[in-house]
Design a protein around this ligand. Structure first.
Ligand code: GLN
Length: 488
């Protein structure tokens, strides 16, 4: 078995033809991943014993499992801000270094029920704040395509683990671009689902009105399969929507050619690198030559998205992170001290174990929420958020000549060098300029490679943005592009 070229579909073919057992395959994935991880640092830790044990259980039920379960025996990596019962979940923060999850996130429960295997937990920026995975308190992840570069972030470990063939799929979270941007830097496919499409129960919250869990895989079909399994209504998440996604991964009868495609003129900005500009123009050219109807559209409030995001996100994050006081979710050694003082202990623990980026955002967030500033910043940002959503709704309005899907670049540049932006938070924030509006509007978007990049050059992705809960359109379009237009 050569694990390098495997997709979920090919892996299942191998299992069906009895070319290998799940136990053999998982053993091989683990060996390879552990070796590669020494240079890439995609995984914070592996679950070797647990996944081999699970593999041998699954092998006993191979015939039936393969018939009924789309992810049967499939090795996956899970971002370390998603809870798996009995395993650590650190969100790459020192303050959660000793926290062990006592229950499964809904996505984990669903994946387990479908026979998926979790070989380890992947690295991220601390509390998913960042765009390079350099903000992890534990290690730096490197881009498998070029080890001197970042894999993107915050789900850098999940993207790198798929790009380096360590797993067949992974989960990340996307609050402002954290699935689409690392997918782009590493040259894999990633989906940010519609807000409410996937339960957030058991994901360590960053900004609750923006966070969504989503999949990474090597092709669109595999991403669609994982999405199909993890999506759907969940009583444990009050923002979960009731939408039927049971055939979202079946593109057979979907006529992509009827889709009208919009290109937002505000996304072709000056700061964009020549490589990205050229690649995006290539996509537009291919799609037009292939007979698609393509129109220019306008999303005039795009220019406010970054400022709006950096008010709403810190506000929500400062509230969500208030619970990490070093006593809960950890080993509360302090409580044993005789001269224990509560408030001093909070200061001491948070001061010692929360990194620079979360600290910056907690300060910013508590400031914009404080009385006297609330209306000027937070309330205003909420209004701007509505305008950004209205831009998209207008563009998608078929009754006034609107479009069905929108295509845009994912990031202004390709993967940057490790260390290049660590001292300049603003320039780091700018790398999310094309992804953030989609989160503010709660829309789904698929990030996929422009080409196959088999020559080893740095990948460039583009994104396909859809209407709320119309993941099927963007997945079907992505699948069509990948199979018909992405040749080198
Ligand atoms: N890079 C963005 C940020 O730092 C997005 C993070 C995310 O999507 N989790 O906030």
């Amino acid at each position: 078995m050569d694990i390098k070229n495997l997709t979920i579909e090919k892996y299942h073919e191998g299992l069906k033809n009895r070319e290998f057992s799940i136990t053999e395959a998982i053993g091989e994935f683990l060996n390879y991943a552990k070796k590669e991880n020494e240079k890439i640092g995609a995984f914070l830790r592996f679950n070797e014993e647990g996944s081999l044990k699970q593999a041998s259980e699954l092998d006993k039920n191979l015939e039936e499992g393969l018939k009924e379960q789309e992810l049967f025996g499939v090795p996956m990596g899970i971002k370390d801000n998603i809870l798996i019962s009995g395993q650590k979940a650190t969100a790459a923060s020192k303050i959660l270094e000793n926290y062990q999850a006592s229950y499964d996130a809904t996505v984990i429960f669903k994946l387990k029920s479908d026979g998926a295997l979790f070989i380890g937990k992947t690295n991220l920026d601390e509390f998913a704040m960042g765009s390079s995975t350099e903000n992890s308190a534990f290690m730096t992840t490197r881009n498998p395509r070029d080890l001197s570069r970042v894999p993107g972030g915050s789900s850098g470990g999940s993207a790198a683990s798929v790009a380096a063939n360590m797993v067949l799929g992974s989960l990340g979270t996307d609050t402002g671009g954290s699935i689409r941007q690392p997918a782009g830097f590493c040259g894999v496919v990633g989906l940010k689902p519609t807000y409410g499409a996937v339960s957030r129960y058991g994901a360590i919250a960053l900004a609750s009105s923006l966070d969504q869990i989503g999949p990474f895989a090597k092709n669109v079909k595999d991403v669609a399969k994982i999405f199909q399994v993890i999506s759907g209504h969940d009583n444990l998440d009050s923002t979960s929507a009731n939408v039927d996604y049971s055939d979202v991964d079946d593109f057979k009868n979907f006529n992509v050619k009827k889709l009208v495609i919009g290109i937002p003129k505000e996304y072709l900005i000056d700061g964009m690198s020549d490589e990205v500009k050229k690649s995006f123009n290539e996509v537009v050219g291919k799609i037009k030559r292939d007979g698609f109807e393509v129109k220019e559209i306008s999303l005039p409030n795009t220019k406010y998205a970054l400022s709006c995001y950096y008010i709403i996100l810190p506000a929500e994050a400062s509230a969500n992170l208030a619970r990490y006081d070093g006593l809960r979710y950890s080993k509360p050694e302090d409580l044993k001290n005789e001269d224990f003082k509560l408030v001093e202990t909070y200061f001491k623990n948070r001061g010692a174990a929360i990194g620079d980026e979360p600290r910056r955002r907690i300060l910013l967030g508590t400031f914009v929420l404080s009385s006297g500033y609330y209306d000027a910043y937070y309330a205003k940002a909420q209004k701007v958020r509505r305008l950004i959503l209205d831009d998209f709704l207008r563009a998608f309005d078929r009754s006034s000549n609107g479009v069905d899907i929108i295509i845009a670049p994912v990031t202004p540049t390709t993967a940057f060098k490790i260390g290049e932006k660590t001292d300049d938070p603003l320039s780091m924030y700018l790398s999310d300029i094309f992804t953030i509006p989609v989160n503010l509007a709660g829309l789904p978007a698929l990030s996929l490679p422009v080409k196959k990049y088999s020559d080893g050059s740095l990948p460039v992705n583009f994104q396909i943005i859809g209407k709320h809960f119309e993941e099927k359109s963007i997945l079907a379009m992505g699948n069509y592009y990948e199979n018909n237009l992405a040749e080198n």
